[in-house]
Design a protein around this ligand. Sequence first.
Ligand code: SF4
Ligand code: SF4
Length: 86
Amino acid sequence: MALRVGCAAPPGRAHDNRTGSWRVFKPVFKYEKCVKCGLCEVVCPEGCVYEREDGFYEPDFDYCKGCGLCAEECPVDDIEMVQEEK
Ligand code: SF4
Ligand code: SF4
């Protein structure tokens, strides 16, 4: 089996994997310091961060797995991981 790096699903397949109700943490984009660099979109292993018409970014929570990579890599700490309310 070929080694895959940096992706939770084969190319073009991430949107087959809806998250369901098991996510423990979710990213909250605060938009206070966002510089619209797009890094959160690039690093998201689910490919579920998208650019809005106003140039800011937000995750699609149907597919976000709460891994925290976007918050970890945001250069201005604009994303906070918070516990999911059940
Ligand atoms: S990585 Fe941070 S600063 Fe860059 S677009 Fe995303 S939220 Fe904004
Ligand atoms: S928490 Fe993980 S899956 Fe969710 S938007 Fe951020 S990088 Fe993507």
